[in-house]
Design a protein around this ligand. Structure first.
Ligand code: ADP
Length: 397
């Protein structure tokens, strides 16, 4: 079954065409700057990469363009749109409504809309993406896969904030957690390798946005992101954990309103804010190697925060069988992995620094022989989870 996987953002759109039975990736791409000017980067297989710069005023035109490219003579991977049998949508917020992926109907759409106050930047774009697919491919079933769903197994003591309980029941104030599809995929891959009935796994999803998840027996029991993706680790431009008292203090001192302070914490902070160089860790590592002090401290802070959560999750689960690193930084930066694992031998976590440096594609083990805890690098694949969930739901419809 050919599944079109769509991740619609406010001015961008990521897509993949996947054979869900064989896991074969037929084509993938990214449309950016929708409504500004427009750029489409399209990939077929490993080698064929195409870039188109043209006016893309709306999401509808973006999706039409992608469908044309998939069927056009020069870039063709399918003969006709009718070969697409289902569409899988990535949806950021499923609130407490959705504990797993679901076929989309009117009720599901209403609930995704109801959750807009919890994900004001993301859920409206997803609704738009689904509506356009309904219009352009009217008889094809649509499935939603939620970033929050995997974390719905967290126990109350791990998702509540210590504020008056009524604000949870009345205003849905709680930790939801994000990156759930990635945490699910990576922990599941680790479980296959461990081949044990019970397991304690910590997944470190370290990209531009980053989060850690404690996965016990295949279920998320705690994660670092919260009501919004701002909580937890230090990220590219997000502060992560911060004393709530900082907010009124800075609002008063700098004359900021609530939008401006959230923008400050989401877009101007994190690695970018500390280093003053970039949100891209590669540039910050380079600057640190060249002697830049603020870049060096940014790296120390980033790794210190990861280590703090790693150790607290090991404590929470009373042990850890495997630590998994994934996403842009987790998969590619031996420096960050080494710093995070440094000094944790007392907990049975021992990295093999040579194996850690080897750069290859795919899943690999980077612990040494005496390490009680296994350490893996596992490339994430959220789109494959969406394609498989879509296939399973549509097949059993
Ligand atoms: P997103 O959250 O946008 O999906 P990614 O998972 O693609 O982000 O991760 C992007 C981050 O990965 C950037 O900060 C980038 O600098 C970092 N990164 C990619 N390759 C390396 C590398 N070799 N060393 C250090 N950081 C890297």
């Amino acid at each position: 079954m050919l599944v079109f996987v769509l991740n619609a953002g406010s001015s961008s759109l990521k897509y993949q065409l996947i054979n869900a039975e064989t896991s074969e990736l037929k084509a993938s791409g990214l449309v950016e700057r929708i409504g500004i000017d427009g750029i489409l980067k399209h990939e077929v297989g490993e080698n064929k990469k195409l870039t188109f710069e043209l006016q893309i005023p709306t999401h509808k035109e973006a999706i039409e363009l992608v469908l044309r490219i998939l069927t056009n003579d020069e870039t063709k991977v399918i003969n006709s749109i009718s070969e697409i049998e289902a569409i899988g949508h990535r949806v950021v917020h499923g609130g407490e409504y959705f504990k797993k992926s679901t076929l989309i109907n009117k009720d599901v759409m209403d609930k995704i809309r109801k959750l807009i106050p919890l994900a004001p930047l993301h859920n409206p774009a997803h609704v738009l993406g689904i509506e356009i697919c309904n219009e352009l491919m009217p008889n094809i079933p649509n499935v939603a896969t939620f970033d929050t769903a995997f974390h719905q197994t967290m126990p109350e003591e791990n998702f509540l904030y210590a504020v008056p309980y009524g604000d949870y029941t009345e205003h849905h104030l709680r930790k939801y957690g994000f990156h759930g599809t990635s945490h699910y995929y990576v922990s599941n891959e680790a479980i296959k390798i461990l081949n044990k009935k019970t397991s304690k796994i910590i997944v470190c999803h370290l990209g531009n946005g980053s989060s850690i998840c404690a996965v016990k027996d295949g279920k998320s029991i705690s994660t670092t992101m919260g009501l919004t993706p701002l909580e937890g680790l230090i990220m590219g431009t997000r502060s992560g954990d911060i004393d709530a008292g900082v907010i009124p203090y800075l609002m008063e001192r700098k004359g900021l309103d609530s939008n401006q302070i959230i923008n400050y914490l989401n877009k101007k902070s994190g690695i970018l804010g500390i280093s003053g160089i970039s949100s891209d860790l590669r540039e910050v590592i380079k600057a640190s190697n060249d002697g830049d002090k603020r870049s060096k401290i940014a790296i120390e802070m980033l790794c210190g925060r990861i280590k703090k959560y790693l150790c607290s999750y090991a404590g929470l689960m009373q042990g850890v069988d495997a630590i998994c690193f994934t996403a842009g930084i987790g998969e590619n930066s031996d420096l960050i992995r080494e710093k995070v694992c440094e000094g944790l031998g007392f907990m049975g976590i021992e990295l093999d620094t040579e194996k850690n440096k080897i750069r290859t594609h795919g899943t690999r083990e980077i612990h040494n022989e005496s390490s009680k805890t296994k350490i893996f690098v596992i490339p994430t694949n959220e789109e494959l989870v969406i394609a498989k969930d879509t296939y399973n739901l549509v097949k059993s419809k």
